[in-house]
Design a protein around this ligand. Structure first.
Ligand SMILES: Nc1ncnc2c1ncn2[C@@H]1O[C@H](COP(=O)(O)OP(=O)(O)OP(=O)(O)O)[C@@H](O)[C@H]1O
Length: 303
């Protein structure tokens, strides 16, 4: 199932949260959705799921337009909101049965058992939600989003606040769910996107600024600053380097080794050799380093 997001704009009062954003999600994709705080990710997710109306543009799924009123098309979308508000006084099964009732599903008990199995809630299934760890609460949120077996799953920061073990488990769970569904999930964790996504979308100030595979992003399709790793024979002050070289950033690895990112797309190596000669320094190592997704994200979204 694919979804077309065309020319979406959204204002909160005077503030433009989304600015003429167009993007499509294709069947079977697991898409990482990145953007700095306030970029408009949650707003777009609420519009895709029909929780919020856009001021301009359309979201189309299967030829139908997604709006808050179009319940039929919304039935094929599952949504895990950020800080998912769960009814914490309910038992897991009670809560999921209530959700199944909301969708007027037949065979509620069977549907509840299926999502409990899918999300690995089995060992905790007799507990109240308030007695669960954050990781298990997220599983309940995922189970809730999956109960009506939607084709598209929209997950707003599903791994925020989890410990490394739970984080890994939820990632694996998302990956396994994505074998059957189109999944869009927002995150601030770059390694997560590198680890599980086949596509990345980056927005900034409500605009789409990059869209492609992690490899395509890293290959310089949107920004091609070539980082270098330099090691001098003797210590060098970082301020001397940053004061005399055209750098976007400098990361010291020791008092004589640094990872340098150029301010523009120029090759830093000849500049570094001249710098070394001028300062009577010896260069022991000088190698190119592929920019990480984190570097690319920072470069693209720093305003
Ligand atoms: N209900 C609202 N009323 C007014 N402004 C809002 C509302 N919701 C969001 N905004 C503003 O719209 C912009 C986009 O917010 P949104 O929550 O969509 O960003 P985000 O990318 O999800 O951020 P984060 O990563 O911090 O969750 C922000 O400037 C935010 O302050």
């Amino acid at each position: 199932m694919s979804i077309q997001i065309e020319g979406i704009s959204k204002f909160y009062g005077e503030q433009k949260a989304l600015d003429n954003l167009t993007v499509a999600l294709n069947s079977g994709e697991l898409v990482g959705f990145l953007g700095p705080n306030g970029a408009g990710k949650s707003t777009l997710m609420k519009i895709i799921t029909g929780y919020l109306a856009a001021d301009d543009g359309t979201v189309r799924m299967n030829g139908q337009t997604v709006t808050p009123e179009n319940h039929e098309v919304r039935r094929d979308i599952g949504y895990l909101p950020e800080n998912n508000p769960l009814y914490t006084d309910l038992y897991i099964k009670e809560f999921l049965t209530l959700t199944a009732g909301f969708y007027q599903l037949a065979d509620k008990a069977q549907k509840v058992a299926r999502v409990i199995e899918m999300t690995g809630l089995g060992p905790e299934q007799h507990k109240k939600i308030k007695a669960l760890s954050k990781g298990y609460r997220q599983r309940v949120g995922l189970a809730q989003a999956l109960i009506h077996d939607p084709s598209i799953l929209i997950l707003d920061e599903p791994t925020t606040g989890l410990d490394p073990n739970q984080l890994e488990e939820i990632r694996l769970l998302i990956r396994s769910i994505s074998r059957e569904k189109t999944v869009l999930f927002s995150t601030h964790i770059m390694q997560e996107v590198e680890a599980i996504c086949n596509r990345v979308i980056i927005i900034n100030q409500g605009k789409l600024i990059a869209d492609g595979s992690v490899d395509r992003l890293k290959s310089g399709a949107f920004f091609s600053a070539q980082q270098v790793l330099v090691e001098f024979g003797t210590p060098v002050l970082p301020s001397t380097l940053s004061g005399q070289l055209p750098l976007a950033s400098l990361e010291p690895l020791s008092d004589r080794s640094f990872v340098l990112t150029p301010a523009d797309e120029h090759d830093l190596r000849p500049v570094l050799f001249r710098f070394a000669v001028d300062h009577g320094l010896v260069i022991l190592t000088l190698t190119e380093k592929k920019a990480s997704l984190e570097n690319i994200f920072q470069k693209l979204t720093r305003n």
